[in-house]
Design a protein around this ligand. Structure first.
Ligand code: SF4
Ligand code: SF4
Length: 61
């Protein structure tokens, strides 16, 4: 189980994290990255690495 925290205030909606996630965990809502189904997160950290603004944090819980 993973916890995903996104600093949506600074998110510019570039969609890099959304597109790279192999499990479709993240979606864009109103131009901001949003966690859609955290249960499918595999903790691969691709979204963390993909965000050009370092806005995504993934922690095992
Ligand atoms: S850690 Fe991997 S599986 Fe989880 S949301 Fe990010 S890209 Fe998707
Ligand atoms: S990669 Fe970063 S800036 Fe781009 S949509 Fe995701 S959280 Fe927002």
């Amino acid at each position: 189980m993973y916890q995903i925290i996104i600093n949506t205030e600074q998110c510019d909606g570039c969609e890099e994290c959304v597109n790279i996630c192999p499990s479709s965990v993240l979606v864009l809502v109103d131009g901001k990255c949003t966690v859609q189904n955290v249960d499918d997160c595999a903790g691969c950290m691709s979204c963390v690495e993909a965000c050009p603004n370092q806005l995504v944090t993934v922690d095992e819980i």
